[in-house]
Design a protein around this ligand. Structure first.
Ligand code: 6GU
Length: 247
């Protein structure tokens, strides 16, 4: 039996701002995991794939208009350099499918991901058509580049990897895995400026605490996120034990 060394989950980032990485990913949970070799990250500078002496990665848009467009040939060379890496290639763009916990889970279960970060107005469409690239957005607002989105995606994936979370709650218990927003949390002091902690939480009655938290999570989800609530109610009606986003 070949004792194959398990490959660790690897993020490969393609960016014109490599100095943005690891950034926040070098700290806290993700940073400790990186130091301990529980995951790995390679950051490639797209500018290194430029061919001309000015190392230009962008040019004016055909048809006119503001901003610059990343060149197909440069991005293609950058993507060619990662094509043997395991896992999908994701282009971070507000035009993409919304990142949700289901996609995060799917990526965490795979061998890794290559993340293409765009800057400027976008990337020449022809290279996106020519290569197998999944477009992913982190929400309905515009960032000045894909880098903060890549950091958010990697953070969300890495915290699900084996060994990262330690003694903390299992991901199965938390928001978006249950399909509900989180219940409120309280710590000492029990009386803060006359505001008291809900009595049930100091009762020591674990089943009552569990039921109270579920009730609060349901109340808050129904109030704030009718979209999540409708899905939760539907799944509960079908007797499914796990909420959250479907694959
Ligand atoms: Cl993935 N990129 C940029 N530039 N803006 C975004 C985004 C991504 N997701 C939401 N806004």
């Amino acid at each position: 039996m070949g004792a194959e060394a398990a490959e660790i989950w690897r993020a490969t980032v393609l960016t014109v701002f490599p100095e943005m990485f690891p950034g926040p990913l070098g700290m806290s949970l993700a940073g400790r995991g990186l130091e301990r070799g529980l995951w790995a990250m390679d950051v490639l500078d797209i500018r290194d794939f430029a061919r001309d002496k000015h190392r230009s990665v962008d040019d004016e848009p055909f048809g006119g208009g503001p901003g610059m467009v990343m060149r197909a040939d440069v991005v293609d060379a950058a993507l060619a350099s990662v094509e043997d890496r395991p896992g999908p290639v994701v282009y971070l763009t507000p035009r993409g499918r919304a990142l949700d916990q289901a996609l995060v889970r799917r990526l965490a279960e795979g061998p890794g991901v290559s993340l293409l970060c765009g800057r400027y107005e976008g990337i020449d469409q022809r290279v996106l058509d020519a290569r197998d690239v999944e477009e992913v957005s982190v929400g309905d607002y515009v960032l000045s580049g894909g880098e903060p989105a890549a950091i958010a995606l990697i953070d969300a994936v890495v915290r699900l990897l084996p060994g990262i979370m330690g003694n903390e709650e299992s991901p199965a218990e938390e928001s978006f895995e249950t399909g509900l927003l989180e219940h409120p949390h309280y710590t000492r002091p029990a009386d803060w400026q006359g505001r008291l902690v809900p009595e049930v939480l100091t009762s020591g009655h674990h089943e009552m605490v569990r039921r109270w938290r579920l009730g609060e999570a349901e109340r808050i989800t129904e109030q704030r996120r009718p979209d999540l609530w409708a899905r939760y109610v539907k799944r509960k009606g079908r007797g499914e034990d796990r909420g959250g986003q479907e694959e």
